[in-house]
Design a protein around this ligand. Sequence first.
Ligand SMILES: [Zn+2]
Length: 336
Amino acid sequence: MKYLRIAMPLSLIMVLSLVWSLAVKQETRATPGNVKLIAPGVWFREGELLDKGHCNNIWIEMKDYLIVVDANFPSGAEACLADIKKTTQKPVKYVFDTHHHGDHAYGNPIWTRLGATTLATVGVAEEMKRYEPKRWQDTAKQRKDVAALNLPTAEPPKQTFKESKFVLEDGTRRVEFHFLGWAHTRGDGFVYLPKEKILCTGDAAVNGPYNYMADGNSANWPKVIERARQFGAVTILPGHGVPGDKQLLNGQAQFFIELRKSVGGAIKSGKKLEDLVTKTGDKVTATTVKLPDSVKNWVKNEPAPAGLPWLGEDVDIVYKEITLGKPYGDIQLMKQ
Ligand SMILES: [Zn+2]
């Protein structure tokens, strides 16, 4: 009897936890291009990264208007707009560029011509000044949607904030925009919904092997993530890949810690760059570095299609950061 009293609740708990884990998995598994309701009035759209280069989008309903997180590429903006219209008739008032990269900000003109205000940390506008119009013009040669806008350069955010925090609030919701330091880019912005405990990270946190590091600062990146962890968010909406929980932030930070530990250890033991990576021309084609399984979600061990990062490139970047004592974003500028 005693056994049964314990066994029945235990089996019930097991069944319930199985049901719960299946439900959670379904909840968070977004099919690219599909839209998920994350909380009342908060929608997540996973961008088609592999075939279209799109980022994820989030839209947040306020009483009378919408806030969209990330402008996406122009074609991503159009796809997002079409999906927004399926969920609400409210107008888009603000579009927050989490950073200056094309897959997050080149769609800006699509939104502003509809009357929306593009918003970002001042660092996003500054990054555009550093890297444009060259990147816009290079991208326009490869992407029809960018070329079709027929513009000489990227459109900077219309409104920026210098402080570490900017807030939009009405009677229904509070939305906070934060700058926490240089991780993926010098201008990384986060969006936090304190009541719903939802954090939108842009590419400062991604769910998968999508950590593009060329404008980044890998030593500071985990510190920025640690600051982001302090919000205590329960739902993390990344710039690429499916939504996650706080473990996503832990893993994202740990990836950089392990990467720097591996490459730093190799440098200390006298290894040279050519011992760690093989290059064909400018391209890294192989690496001898292996990272632990605990961070495998963020590791691609073989060369990736153009534009997507992989471990060999990450090793090349971190080797240069450690030996030159600078963030790669600064090293890259020296080459220009
Ligand atoms: Zn991105």
